[in-house]
Design a protein around this ligand. Sequence first.
Ligand code: NAD
Ligand code: WQD
Length: 350
Amino acid sequence: MILVTGGAGYIGSHAVLELLLAGEEVLVLDNLCHSSRIAIDRVEQLAGRPLQFVKGDVRNRSLLAALFASYPIRAVMHFAGLKAVGESVREPLRYYETNVSGSIALCQAMAEAGVFRLVFSSSATVYGESPMMPITEDRPTGVPTNPYGQSKLMAESVLKGLAESDPRWSIGLLRYFNPIGAHESGLIGEDPNGVPNNLLPYMLQVAVGRRRQLNVYGADYPTPDGTGIRDYIHVVDLVKGHLKALERLEAVRGVSVWNLGTGKGHSVREMITAFEEVTGRPLPHVIKPRRAGDIAQCWSDPGKAWQELGWRAERDLISMLADAWRWQSNNPRGYAEPTPEKKTPTALAS
Ligand code: NAD
Ligand code: WQD
């Protein structure tokens, strides 16, 4: 059985679906602070088979001990965490406690239960402001400009120290670039809390009429069209990389680091043009000053994952945007219950 923490979330739910389709038994632990039980129901529907779901907090040591004692867990995919950069600046301790202490509590429970295979959700943000592209895994990590990025780098350091202390550990640090898109069914997808930080969720909410216009943060970067360039990767490609990493961790020990990206960069303007092609309508947008903490460009060299995992991204930008659009247009309010029709009380009906 595979324990998936944060398995009701955007990436976790897609990973759970792939695990179920691959025939794995899955236990999801999620406190639902940033997701909905509906995602779990829909994953079971898509997989055509059930999973085990426990609503709970990855920081809850007694709950973790009980789960390892009750289920035949042989490996863990650890997605549970907080990921909003702006929020991390306002609430740094909550981010360190969830992303770092939560990972420590999980590893302590794993070690006590004799489970030593762990796939960890890291982020390209640990590279900080890197001058040269593409980025390979041997690029020194930088100084993340926000507590969220710092928490990811701190968690990576904890996991490296842990693996150095005990040769039984086999840990995969997966450094995601910019995951976007959704499962082709349009039933599961990204459902950010509040105002979306990230580019595509914001564009999608403009397109369904929830936001007035997209703010393009900066058109004066040293890039071909002046807007920021990122390595967008389809979330289904991303999670397929997780299954390959899990398989690889059977054969290796210690800490392995893999970039999960496409190796291609796209600018904000390119994203807008492609998005308008997919939706068939213009996307209202306005140029604004740069966003604090943003870097000009960031894209991966995913060659190591290809050599060592036999994995590479297969879906192109149009597929990413078309799948994301299908999810958002089918679910304009994400997983929120559609607002019930306002029923006029009968007394007033006449
Ligand atoms: P998400 O917010 O959709 O999913 C995170 C899940 O973890 C949610 O279901 C939430 O309810 C759960 N969770 C949060 N705190 C918890 C806790 N204390 N105990 C139990 N469950 C908890 O985010 P996501 O985009 O799916 O990201 C998953 C992981 O990947 C995160 O660790 C994130 O930092 C990392 N990551 C995401 C991106 C991205 O752009 N989405 C990029 C790089 C890394
Ligand atoms: C992409 C581009 C913006 C929003 C973040 C986190 C990173 C990881 C992925 C968790 C940039 C521009 C954005 C908008 C815009 N998350 N943009 N208008 O900043 O590369 O990475 O998400 O691990 O840690 O830092 O992604 O989608 O926010 O921005 O113009 O409303 O879109 O300037 O060039 P980013 P993003």
